[in-house]
Structure formats: C-alpha cells, structure tokens
Design a protein around this ligand. Structure first.
Ligand code: ADP
Ligand code: GN1
Ligand code: MG
Length: 363
C-alpha cells in the first residue's frame, strides 16, 4: 500500500500539502503529513508499525488507546492540556484503531503536537532534568492504571537474564552471519557480567521491588519539548508501556542522555558518564515519581543505569550477530559500533559507581 493511499484510511481534513519521512526512532517508520483547510495547517504523524518487532498489533493498539485515554483524564484533572500533554491517536474512518493493508503492513495516526520538538541529544542539565520530570510524571499518572488490562507487547522486554540466555548465547552459538570472530572482546565483555543480569529480576521475584506500569523505552527522543518554553510536555512512543520496574525507566534514560556521546559514537575514548546530567535527571525523575519509591528501589537506581546500558549493548551485539534483523541500521557495522559504545559507557559507570551512588544518597 502506497503511503498516500494509507492517508485515505483516516479522516484528515483539507488538502494534502505534503508527506515526508521524519524522526530518528530505531523501530517504526514515521511520516509527517501536512494538510491545509481554510488557511489553517494541521499536521499528523503517520507511522508504519514494525510488525517484525510487535507481533500482535491489536494488543499493542489496545494498550496505546487505553493508556492515552486514561492519561487525558489525569492531565485534565491536574489542570493540564490533554491535547499537548499526551498523544491523541485517531481511529480510521472505519472506526478501527489502525489501518491494515492487504500485505499485512499496519499504519496508525496521531495529531502532531504543534510547536513542539524532539531532541536527539542532551544540550544542558536543565533540559535533561525536564525530561526526567516528564517521565517521572508519566509513571506517577499511570500508578493507578489497571495494570492487569495491559497486554505484554514484547514479553521479557527488560528481563536481562532471559535476554542473555535466550537471545545472546544462541546468537553467539549460531553465528548466523559469520561475525562472531570479529567481536570476541565484546562477547567476553558480556560473559564477564552474567551475574549482573539477574539482580533486578531476582529482587522483583522476591517481592522486594514492586511492579508498576512503566514506559520501558525512556530515551530522550521519546519525549516532546515545547518550542518556546523548552518544557518537556509529552511522552511519546507508547509501544512498550507495560508492567515493569521503575528502575528500567530511570536506567534507560541515563543510558541515553548521560552519555557524553551519541549512542553510536565510533571513538570510544570520548565516551563517559556525565555525572552532572546523571544528578539532574535523578532530581527531575524522583521529584515526580520518587515519593512512592521503596528503599530497595532507591538503592538500585545507580545500578539500574549500568544494567540498562549493558542490556542495550547486549541487544545491539545480539542483533549484529544475527545479521541486523531488529534495529534499523545506517551502515553494516552500525550495531557493533552501538554495542561498543554502550560497553564503553558501562565500563566508565563501573569506575564511577561510588560517585553515582553518593549522588543518589545525597538527593
Ligand atoms: P520508534 O519506535 O521508531 O522510536 P517513535 O514513536 O519514537 O517510534 O517515533 C520515531 C521518532 O519520530 C521520534 O523519536 C521522534 O524523532 C519523531 N516523532 C514522533 N512523533 C513526533 C512528534 N509528535 N513531534 C516531533 N517528533 C516526533
Ligand atoms: C529502540 O523505538 P526506539 O528507537 O525509541 C528500542 C529500545 C532501545 C533503543 C536504543 C521497541 O527504541 O528498547 O533501547 O531503540 N525499542 C524497542 O536506542 O525495541
Ligand atoms: Mg522512539
């Protein structure tokens, strides 16, 4: 189905001015469509959902509609603007939650949040703190969402030991693309940290850390900022909103935003944990979400940053070994570069773990 035909599935008003691919996500294919009616321009985000990653789109879209309608009520109750502070998904003209083409591809649409921007890197501690406030508020608002009604869109998403045993080890063993010899050091780096993989899942299994409704993919470019005020206004990319640990959301934000470099920097000597950014994010996130945190959650915040970075690096390496079937890549070595970047950050966090712990204790 041609993308212009897809537009016909939704009730976009006016004359189409143009549609272009945009954004920098690694999973879905995102387009921005602009329409003009009575001299007013309206923009919509149209996304082709990655059906290789998300196996059950009915479940996925059911979650997304349920969560956004719940958030709308919460935002209104708190005096906010639900048209700017959460995504507004549109049903198709048939009343479906998404549009399914004959070849099985699936598309969905939501209203573009006007006068907003997405950032791919942190430009100041203040900006990062604001993203922490937004993700913390998101978690707080969903604290009384009926979690059992949510479907698990990707089972074991942050079950690090499960990923190690069921994805990483088989990828090394099968060596489907003949790349394992090229990454012996990285494979060893993962093997050496096997024991880290079960720390949070064990605490959760023992009931020492509560299950909450979490976002699970809290990187900086999954939040929108207001163009004028620079406030973080709206959390996007709701595909992985599922029951999880608050620590996953904290750790994943640090992984991406407190790296002194981009996620795919080739010169690993430049990669380090920025402790000022770490502190700023922790302040923002805990201000909104931290009130209900248990002592065990607080005690594991610094570790969760290391674990989420390690897990992501392991996933990039696994995908490289499998022949790049999961994450979008721009060049053949991209996933390996990303894995090396994440492992350099893990190594630097290990050196600074005491400082990270002390920052959290002092908050
Ligand atoms: P993916 O799963 O591919 O990351 P996202 O829903 O995060 O999908 O969208 C991909 C990217 O598109 C985002 O990271 C962002 O760069 C851009 N994007 C999506 N929605 C908006 C929006 N409303 N305003 C600005 N940018 C957006
Ligand atoms: C993907 O979808 P996106 O680009 O926001 C991935 C995350 C990874 C991230 C690494 C559904 O996030 O888990 O941490 O890439 N999302 C999914 O940048 O796998
Ligand atoms: Mg995204």
């Amino acid at each position: 189905m041609d993308i212009k035909e897809v537009l016909g599935c939704f009730d976009f008003k006016g004359e189409l001015l143009g549609i272009e691919q945009f954004g920098s996500g690694h999973i879905n294919t995102t387009y921005l469509a602009k329409y003009k009616e009575d001299n007013k321009i309206s923009s919509y985000v149209v996304q082709k959902v990655n059906t290789n990653v998300f196996k059950n789109i009915d479940d996925l879209m059911g979650n997304v509609f349920a969560v956004t309608s719940f958030l709308r009520d919460k935002i209104k109750a708190n005096g906010g603007d639900p048209d700017r502070e959460t995504l507004n998904y549109m049903k198709t003209t048939n009343g479906d939650l998404y549009c399914k083409a004959e070849d099985g591809t699936c598309y969905r649409a939501y209203k573009f949040v006007d006068n907003s921007k997405c950032c791919d890197s942190v430009s100041s501690a203040e900006i990062f703190e604001k993203s922490g406030l937004a993700f913390g508020r998101f978690q707080k608002y969903l604290s009384d969402f009926p979690a059992t009604t949510l479907k698990e869109t990707i089972p074991d998403f942050h079950n690090t030991i499960w990923r190690f045993e069921n994805e990483f080890l088989p990828a090394v063993k099968d060596d489907k693309s003949g790349r394992a010899d090229q990454c012996r050091d990285e494979i060893q780096f993962v093997m050496d940290r096997r024991n880290d993989c079960r720390r949070l899942t064990d605490l959760s299994d023992k009931g020492e850390i509560p299950i909450r409704v979490t976002h699970n993919d809290t990187k900086l470019n999954n939040v929108l900022f207001d163009n004028d005020s620079d406030e973080a206004i709206c959390v996007i990319d709701l595909d992985t909103v599922m029951p999880g640990l608050a620590l996953y959301d904290f750790g994943d934000s640090i992984r991406f935003g407190a790296n002194t470099c981009a996620e795919d920097e080739k010169d690993t000597s430049k990669i380090a944990i920025d402790l000022d950014y770490f502190k700023a994010y922790a302040q923002g996130f805990l201000k909104e979400a931290g009130e209900s945190f248990t002592q065990t959650e607080k005690d594991n915040l610094a570790f969760s940053a290391k674990l989420m970075t390690f897990e992501c690096g392991m996933r990039f390496l696994t995908d490289y070994l499998n022949g790049d079937t999961y994450f979008k890549t721009a060049y053949p070595e991209h996933n390996l570069v990303r894995a090396k970047d994440q492992f350099a950050l893990v190594a630097d966090m290990e050196k600074h773990m005491d400082e990270m712990e002390n920052i959290i204790k002092a908050l």
